[in-house]
Design a protein around this ligand. Structure first.
Ligand code: HSE
Length: 450
């Protein structure tokens, strides 16, 4: 392709602009339209060709027209757009796995490249979608699906390609990180912070996927596939959210030098891959422990590079558009490249994928924070530590709350060294059977991330 630069620095090419069909012009769609329009010159200079949103499909046609004016065609029927022979690339910003899946599959069947921000779709149906795309020789790009504006897919798939990746731990849901930050700073309960977050518009009216860890698990599933060259396996991920987290555990963790974050973790073990999302204690001195509010961060350990961290906005109109447009530039640059020479969807060549199993949560190895409500009497701690010693679980730190005057009960907090989850479960069952242990043991996993 013959591309030259004119005096204003604007790239020109003998080829016309790449024609994009945008499915869904909500927050991210509007952001994508505005970034592409505003940075047109820079983007063309980088891509070697113009990229224009030629058509937009949205159920709310009037609102879509208000956003794009007469700069793009607006239609109500997205299926018409994925059939339109003049469209080169489809950007899917509808979300979910219903109609979005149909549209993406039809776009691929019609030979169109796809850019999507849809983590749920790829985490659940990614294997089928990537196989169809390979068959048709088209790209499915999804930088915006994980951690919004942070280029983590690019980093894992290309920047770190020399490495044997050992593990990834990410704060990959802004809503829950905002809630946890507020709970810690204000000492408030989960319920009251959630209400406040909804009032301020940070949390969705229905925040179930965020709160229950499902959104983070979708993203962790995608990163796991790319890091280890395994198929996406959302159904094997262990998922726990933050709804049952109590303010006092955040406070005790702080006293012991830890912060609690909702982490998406994936780690290579000899026997298979850990893939889990749950509240996690991490040492306050780690950089990632200090990621507060709605920000996202991903911490990656590679054997050659060591630790690297990627930080930024994981949601929002323009941060997510930044990732969508980056994918559009990537697709544009490789339009003329032999499909076999493109970066594979999941970073590894499709015939070189590994069949490492995702380990069940009982086989996971991690450390634990245990909070026990006990009778304040002689020998209680000795009974508990004996059970842990019998299970070969070693204690790293302990804290006992001073009982208030006249109070007959107290809290004991124990931090363990790394152990197998099923061993920890057995020990907890034995501890809960002690007559001096007065309620269920609160158990939160702990990762040193070193
Ligand atoms: N709802 C997500 C979050 C953003 O709170 O981070 C989109 O994945």
């Amino acid at each position: 392709m013959n591309t030259t630069s004119n005096k204003s620095g604007q790239a020109s090419s003998r080829l016309g602009p790449v024609r994009v069909g945008l499915l869904g012009i909500g927050t991210v769609g509007a952001g994508t339209f505005s970034v592409l329009t505003r940075n047109q010159n820079e983007i063309t200079r980088r891509a070697g060709r113009g990229i224009e949103i030629a058509a937009v499909a949205d159920l709310d046609v009037a609102r879509a027209r208000e956003i794009v004016g007469d700069r793009a065609q607006v239609v109500g029927d997205a299926f018409a757009l994925v059939k339109d022979p003049s469209i080169d690339v489809v950007v899917e910003l509808i979300g979910g796995y219903g109609v979005a899946r149909e549209l993406v599959m039809q776009a691929i069947q019609n030979g169109k490249h796809v850019v999507t921000a849809n983590k749920a779709l790829l985490a659940v149906h990614g294997n089928e979608i990537f196989a169809a795309a390979r068959e048709k020789g088209v790209m499915v790009a999804f930088e915006a699906a994980v951690a919004g504006g942070i280029p983590i897919i690019k980093a894992l798939r290309e920047g770190l390609t020399a490495n044997r990746i050992e593990w990834i731990a990410g704060i990959i849901n802004g809503t829950t990180n905002f809630i946890l930050s507020e709970m810690r700073e204000k000492g408030s309960s989960f319920e009251s912070v959630l209400k406040e977050a909804q009032r301020l518009g940070y949390a969705e009216a229905d925040p179930t996927f965020d709160i229950e860890g499902v959104d983070a698990a979708h993203k962790a599933t995608i990163m796991s596939a790319i890091a280890f060259g395994i198929p996406v396996q959302f159904d094997r991920a262990h998922v726990e959210g933050i709804a049952s987290l109590q303010a006092e555990d955040i406070r005790y963790a702080e006293q012991l030098g830890y912060r609690i974050k909702l982490l998406g973790i994936t780690r290579r073990r000899e026997q298979g891959i850990e893939l889990r999302v749950h509240p996690t204690l991490i040492p306050t001195k780690r950089l990632i422990a200090n990621v507060e509010g709605a920000m996202n961060a991903v911490w990656v350990k590679g054997d050659a590079v060591g630790h690297t961290m990627y930080y930024g906005k994981g949601a929002g109109a323009e941060p997510t558009a930044s990732a969508v447009v980056a994918d559009l530039v990537d697709v544009t640059r490789t339009l003329t490249v032999d499909p076999g020479n493109r970066v594979p969807h999941l970073a590894f060549q499709p015939d070189a994928m590994a069949d490492l199993p995702i380990l069940p949560i009982t086989e996971v190895q991690t450390a634990y924070y245990l909070r026990l409500r006990v009778s304040d009497q002689t020998g209680v701690l000795a009974d508990i530590t004996r059970i842990l010693a019998d299970a070969k679980i070693s204690i790293d730190a302990a804290l006992q709350r001073e009982p208030a005057e006249g109070e007959q009960q107290t809290d004991i907090i124990l931090l363990t060294h790394v152990t197998l989850e099923k061993q920890c479960n057995d020990a907890i069952a034995r501890i809960e059977a002690l007559p001096t242990v007065l309620s269920r043991v609160i158990r939160i996993r702990l990762e040193d991330l070193n």
